[in-house]
Ligand binder design. Structure first.
Ligand SMILES: C[S@@+](CC[C@H](N)C(=O)[O-])C[C@H]1O[C@@H](n2cnc3c(N)ncnc32)[C@H](O)[C@@H]1O
Length: 263
């Protein structure tokens, strides 16, 4: 049984339910990781926090994938190690002890093997985490409690690696070298017109602050007011269409590093 970190447990069901939407919205990130990872036939590959495995499947068609389900913070990470390439799309920000996890990942990597991953930059640069859901959270009793909306920036969670200096320090402490942290901006595209609005609305209500609002606010305000609030989110999304599509800017770090091969 793999321990699921508390920082991720609450997001899992919503992520799985909206897998196709995320895969479309994150497609530019998937492509960027694949380009940077320098995958070649014959290499072995580990995808950390692979989720439903979209990046793994795309990457596996290039080298040779050894599929392993493991807790990256556990000391004995890999049974198929050492891996030539380690990749991750938004799967490395939930560690309680990031230095231990990145050290374990490095120890499972071949000498001169490479790590390539994408993680989010700051909440301020990523409106997809609040756009639409803020209409719901602003109605909540704890809306004035800004600490609820701006958690500890180093706590496990989507933005845990947003500070590039901290990220560089963590990877250095974990023994990685030749570390490159590159800003990668992209557009999250949820689809055209009504379909795009419904896809985005489903994500808002299934994950993060929107899911929290549904859980806490819906029973409090009752069905009819809740339906009115959801209608407000829907019309907000319609009003914001760009070229007829639901689109939001995304800001990530693309990170590569090499194994220094010290234990
Ligand atoms: C935001 S999801 C990303 C999923 C997938 N990479 C994608 O892009 O669709 C985060 C993933 O990290 C995984 N994860 C979190 N902490 C982990 C740990 N300590 N070891 C292994 N996987 C972990 C979760 O189970 C989840 O699949």
């Amino acid at each position: 049984m793999i321990r699921q970190p508390s920082a991720w447990v609450n997001g899992g069901a919503g992520w799985v339910a909206n897998e196709a939407t995320y895969d479309r919205a994150f497609a530019p990130v998937t492509d960027a990781i694949l380009q940077l990872a320098d995958l070649r036939v014959g290499q072995s590959l580990l995808d950390v926090g692979c989720g439903s495995g979209t990046l793994l499947a795309a990457a596996a068609s290039r080298p040779q994938a050894a599929i392993e389900v493991a807790d990256a913070e556990a000391a004995e990470l890999a049974t198929s190690a050492p891996y030539d390439r380690v990749v991750s799309r938004f799967g490395v920000m939930f560690f309680d002890d990031p230095t231990a996890a990145f050290t374990n990942i490095r120890r499972a990597t071949a000498p001169n093997g490479r790590l390539t991953f994408a993680c989010w930059r700051s909440l301020a640069e990523n409106p997809s985490f609040t756009n639409g859901s803020s209409i719901l959270t602003s109605r909540m009793a704890d809306a004035a409690d800004t600490s609820a909306l701006t958690p500890d920036p180093t706590a496990p969670g989507p933005m845990a690696l947003a500070d590039a200096d901290r990220l560089l320090g963590l990877l250095t402490d974990a023994g990685w070298r030749d570390i490159m942290i590159i800003p990668f901006d992209f557009t999250l595209d949820y689809g055209a017109g009504r379909d795009g609005v419904e896809a985005r609305l489903a994500v808002i209500l299934a994950t993060g602050w929107g899911a929290r609002a549904e859980r806490l606010l819906r029973p409090e305000v009752g069905e009819s007011r809740w339906a009115g609030l959801v209608a407000q989110v829907r019309s907000h999304l319609h009003d914001q269409l760009v070229d007829g599509r639901v689109q939001l800017p995304g800001a990530t770090w693309l990170v590569t590093a090499a194994n220094s091969a010290i234990s």
